[in-house]
Design a binder for this molecule. Structure first.
Ligand code: ATP
Ligand code: MG
Length: 199
């Protein structure tokens, strides 16, 4: 029986060790049975940005999580299509796992935008948000927004070991022909090379 499930959304273009390290620390610290990585089909925030196909991003995520028995990739948002809204995904998770404690993992950078997410108050009814440390952002800024104060208990700040890696940094490196080794799993690095992504 699953008791606690953590969900991590993102574009994962590509997935990297920053995502994986954050997720595994959340899993361990909050005693989650599983972490589900859900690649977005289309992000509202990256609507004008060119994105790698969902198939490639799903496959890279699948490769990256395959070496952790607690990790799984989920194609719910890709199958749904259109703009991927976190609230829709969490509603689905709630139905699939009605008695399970749900956590949604985000970096602090993403957490700071929470009141702009579709149906964000509903999201906070369904799950607790776990905001993991990300260099350059402070969770304290979240409490500047008066709308957030009553939800303080639903936001868990996780001060964990963090890596200053981002997918955009990796994409830039590939474009410049610079190494990306040790920033992401070798299987993902090979996949990027094989399919000539980010050139
Ligand atoms: P991009 O540079 O393209 O925005 P990204 O590295 O931020 O990519 P996303 O797919 O946008 O990756 O992020 C998915 C989630 O992972 C977000 O909640 C983001 O805050 C979080 N995240 C990304 N990188 C890190 C990291 N190094 N440490 C902790 N959380 C991270
Ligand atoms: Mg990002």
């Amino acid at each position: 029986m699953m008791r606690a499930l953590a969900v991590m959304g993102g574009t994962f273009d590509p997935i990297h060790y920053g995502h994986l390290l954050a997720a595994d620390q959340v899993r361990y610290n909050l005693k989650c049975d599983k972490v589900l990585f859900v690649p977005a089909f289309k992000s509202l925030y990256k609507i004008d940005v060119e994105m790698t196909s969902a198939e490639h991003r799903f496959e890279m995520t699948r490769l990256a999580v395959s070496t952790n028995e607690f990790f799984e990739v989920c194609d719910l948002e890709i199958k749904r299509g259109g703009i991927s809204y976190t609230v829709d995904t969490l509603e689905d998770m709630r139905k699939l796992y009605p008695h399970c404690k749900l956590y949604f993992i985000v970096g602090v950078d993403a957490a700071l935008g929470i009141t702009g997410w579709k149906n964000w108050e509903r999201i906070l009814e369904i799950c607790s948000i776990v905001a993991v440390d990300r260099p350059g952002y402070s969770i304290e800024d979240l409490w500047q927004d008066y709308k957030m104060i009553k939800y303080k208990k639903k936001i868990i700040f996780m001060k964990a070991l963090h890596m200053p890696i981002s997918s955009s940094y990796i994409r830039e490196k590939v474009k410049k022909g610079e190494p990306i080794k040790y920033m992401l799993p070798e299987s993902v690095e090979e996949y990027i090379k094989k399919h000539k992504l980010y050139l």
